[in-house]
Design a protein around this ligand. Structure first.
Ligand SMILES: *[C@@H]1O[C@H](CO)[C@@H](O)[C@H](O)[C@H]1NC(C)=O
Ligand SMILES: *[C@@H]1O[C@H](CO)[C@@H](O)[C@H](O)[C@H]1NC(C)=O
Length: 630
């Protein structure tokens, strides 16, 4: 009854909204801003969003900008009868509807509608490659929508997608009017976040933020774009390049029909072609580059690639590096290009006080990474979130090893995933690997974090998942369980302990497991030193402020924070020198909401670390590691 009344109210709202014009967009003041908030504007994220498969700038168009929005009510009722655009109010895309940036700043909305209008540039008809079987195609790309999306173009339902972190592409050629006419795009989004009975991969998002759990993100949170492609086109590239100069590349054609002729050329940093190869699509092409300059954090050399398949010409890039694990002087180590490289970086949440999941600008996103580089870190652990491709490209260019977590499901009040939820988690993990395995910077896949969503009674799912990930991607290591419930799977024996590290040590603390010398000794998390910033740098939510004392160790001032940092670094250095520590992750890059343990505050305005001291302490870790392998 109540539901029916609500449905009527929503229908009336939709009707009146369609008649009236939508409430204009206005950025609502975020609870806390950043130095980039003012630069967001109404054409956010204008960059080409897919650096590893790029066509000419005349062949794509961003659909980011002002769309219209309204809440929905119920999946079945809503999608059976889509509303007419424009919707009730304007919204900025991409954004999280919970953020001020969106112009909506809603909370607890599970069903929602987004609409926009677009034109397919008339000039696209004139691009080459439209001859033959019906001309060029028009692709519509959504780089990430959290959590499910149903898409209509001009009233035709053109697709459905589940999963908040992966790109999906719809061929809308037969649904659009070409030649510059107007097309209507409507998207229905369902995102239950962490509401029971749902248990979905969503990382740190919760509807009840507290301490280490943060404000959620719902809706279209990464770039939406249109692309013009020839009738026969390249749909994907899988590229590997190793220290020996061997390159493999699989050019996936849209039709998946093998034996379309293809041509590949690799260019060095001066643009000179250093290797070229001819073959067929949809099979593994292998060739070699003599004596390539290797990709390392200190010297992140990249080679541009041009791939030609008939009329389709795309650009990509790769870096030559080999990731492996082996015993060095009796200790199991992660190797980069055949050498033990001690990995040191931060736990990187990727949350922002203005955009929540969406960095305000590309520069803002890169600022965090450059901070890590400037302190001498060579790694970043991307924590239970997946970023836009431009993040991984930045790591490739800057030289930062990426330890990539799968976004976790929730353990909730003891409720672990059922069979269907587990299968969906595994399917989305395979998507993560498939869509990111050509970025040279990614060196490790992480399956489970601290037991979150990890079934651990009946069987150990990480054993089978590890085997599958290795089969899909033999060029990286797998950290099956970072922290807590370890059953011997994967390449790492990974401890979490706060504040002090216990990295490859003969001592440990529950619920982590004792160091296993058959695998790589790693400290997946430590540190977490807290310090309450001046109020103007603090997330001004009482529930968040109330949990500050739950931070592992709270410091009265930055002198104390840096003193204890130095002590923890000294302990870690000893563990590298004396025991079997091969890498460590400091918690964390920035403050997030009530968690005040960042190198910088949540607004990125106050640097807590004494950079001189930290640089010296971090160099001492590499020196101790080098000493062990002499
Ligand atoms: C490599 O490709 C990137 C992106 O397309 C481009 O900006 C850069 O100029 C290229 N480098 C060379 C040497 O061609
Ligand atoms: C930062 O650390 C360096 C090296 O330990 C020290 O000399 C300097 O006094 C520290 N700076 C501050 C502001 O505490």
């Amino acid at each position: 009854m109540l539901k029916a009344a609500l449905a009527l109210a929503v229908a009336m709202l939709a009707t009146s909204a369609a008649a009236a014009s939508p409430t204009p967009y206005q950025m609502l003041a975020p609870l806390l801003d950043t130095p980039w908030t003012e630069q967001i504007g109404t054409s956010p994220w204008p960059q080409h969003p897919r650096p590893q498969l790029r066509r000419g700038d005349d062949a794509w168009q961003s659909l980011n900008g002002i769309w219209t929005f309204q809440p929905g009510l119920d999946a079945d009722a809503d999608t059976a009868d889509p509303p007419a655009a424009p919707l009730a109010q304007e919204v900025l895309v991409p954004s999280c509807i919970e953020s001020g940036v969106s112009g909506v700043m809603a909370s607890g909305v599970t069903h929602m509608w987004f609409a926009t209008a677009f034109a397919v540039p008339a000039a696209w008809d004139a691009l080459p490659g439209g001859d033959g079987d019906g001309g060029r195609r028009v692709l519509l790309h959504f780089d990430a929508v959290d959590y499910e999306a149903t898409v209509w173009v001009n009233g035709d339902e053109v697709g459905f997608h589940r999963g908040g972190y992966d790109r999906f592409t719809l061929d809308v050629t037969d649904n659009v009017v070409a030649g510059g006419g107007e097309n209507e795009l409507l998207v229905f989004v369902f995102d239950p976040t962490d509401e029971a009975p749902y248990n979905i991969p969503n990382g740190k998002q919760t509807r009840q933020p507290s301490h280490i759990w943060y404000t959620p993100c719902s809706g279209i949170w990464q770039t939406v774009w249109l692309e013009s492609v020839p009738s026969s086109y390249i749909a994907g590239l899988d590229i590997t390049a190793g220290m020996d100069g061997d390159v493999t590349i699989t050019i996936h054609s849209a039709t998946g029909t093998p034996s379309t002729p293809v041509e590949v050329a690799l260019h060095d940093e001066g643009g000179v072609v250093v290797a070229s190869h001819q073959g067929a699509s949809d099979e593994v092409l292998a060739f070699s580059v003599p004596v390539p300059a290797l990709w390392t954090p200190d010297s992140p050399t990249l080679y541009n690639i041009t791939v030609t398949m008939g009329a389709d010409i795309v650009r990509s890039y790769t870096g030559f590096r080999t990731v492996s694990a082996a015993s060095v002087n009796g200790v199991q180590r992660p190797l980069l290009n055949g050498e033990f490289v001690f990995q040191f970086g931060t736990l990187d949440q990727g949350f922002w006080p203005d955009g929540i999941y969406v960095p305000p600008t590309l520069d803002a996103m890169v600022f965090d990474l450059q901070l890590l580089k400037s302190l001498g870190m060579n790694m970043v652990r991307k924590h239970i979130k997946v970023e836009p491709d431009l993040f991984y490209e930045a790591c490739d260019r800057l030289g930062l090893l990426v330890v990539q977590d799968m976004p976790s499901m929730h353990t909730g009040s003891g409720a672990l995933p059922d069979g269907a939820q587990q299968a969906e988690f595994e399917r989305q993990l395979e998507r993560l690997v498939a869509q990111h395995k050509s970025f040279p910077s990614i060196v490790t896949w992480v399956i489970y974090n601290e037991g979150w969503g990890q079934i651990r009674d009946a069987y150990h799912p990480e054993v089978g998942i590890t085997a599958r990930v290795r089969e899909m991607d033999p060029t990286r290591l797998v950290d099956a369980t970072t922290g807590w419930f370890d059953h011997g799977a994967g390449d790492f024996s990974d401890n979490h302990h706060y504040a002090e590290p216990q990295c490859g040590t003969p001592f440990y603390s529950l619920p982590s497991s004792p160091y296993d010398s058959a695998r790589i000794g790693f400290q997946g998390e430590f540190g977490g030193l807290g310090h309450r910033p001046a109020p103007e740098h603090l997330w001004p939510v009482q529930a968040a402020i109330d949990t500050i004392p739950q931070t592992y160790e709270v410091h009265a001032d930055l002198e104390s924070f840096n003193y204890r940092s130095h002590v923890l670094f000294s302990q870690l250095r000893d563990q590298v020198a004396l025991f079997a520590c091969s890498g460590a992750v400091w918690t964390q890059t920035t403050d997030v909401e009530g968690e005040v343990n960042g190198l910088v505050t949540y607004d990125r305005r106050v640097l807590r670390v004494n950079a001189t001291q930290w640089r010296a302490d971090i160099q001492a870790l590499y020196a101790a590691a080098a000493e062990r392998t002499r």
